[in-house]
Design a protein around this ligand. Structure first.
Ligand SMILES: [Ca+2]
Ligand SMILES: [Ca+2]
Length: 139
């Protein structure tokens, strides 16, 4: 029986939430974000949750506070993809991120915290998350 790991998505730290302005930019000063938090084993999706929030502004951190438990019966990786929602045109793609996670000693002792960022001309953000074992190591 493989061990169970918990991936806790703590927060999204937004440095640049959109390109605002009159010429083809987002109206106003805040944006509508939708992120997909994905956990994969051996490249196959095991868990996915959507986090949606309006009123996303530059230089703010937003709590996401959700977790996913998966059986670690292969190589763990995380992935985030997203869109910024627009009512009168196609939504904008928020740059995604992905990272492979070979097991680390810190997973045994309360978990290891990670930060992974992504950016392009219009968006810049980092996702903070933790990984820990929920079940004991086999004897
Ligand atoms: Ca937009
Ligand atoms: Ca928008």
């Amino acid at each position: 029986m493989a061990r169970i790991v918990r991936i806790t998505w703590d927060s999204v730290q937004v440095s640049k939430s959109e390109n605002y302005g009159t010429f083809g930019g987002e109206p106003g000063k805040s944006a509508e974000w939708r992120l997909h938090f994905v956990v994969k084993i051996d490249g196959e999706e095991r868990r996915c949750e959507v986090w949606e929030k309006d009123g996303i502004r530059d230089n703010n951190t937003y709590r996401t506070d959700r977790h996913m438990d998966v059986e670690l019966d292969g190589g763990l990786s995380i992935e985030v993809t997203g869109q910024e929602i627009d009512d009168f045109s196609d939504s904008d793609r928020i740059p995604g991120l992905k990272r492979n996670h070979p097991p680390e000693p810190g997973w045994e002792t309360g978990g290891t915290a990670y930060r992974k960022s992504a950016r392009n001309l219009d968006f810049d953000y980092a996702v903070h998350y933790r990984i820990q074992y929920l079940s004991e190591a086999p004897p």
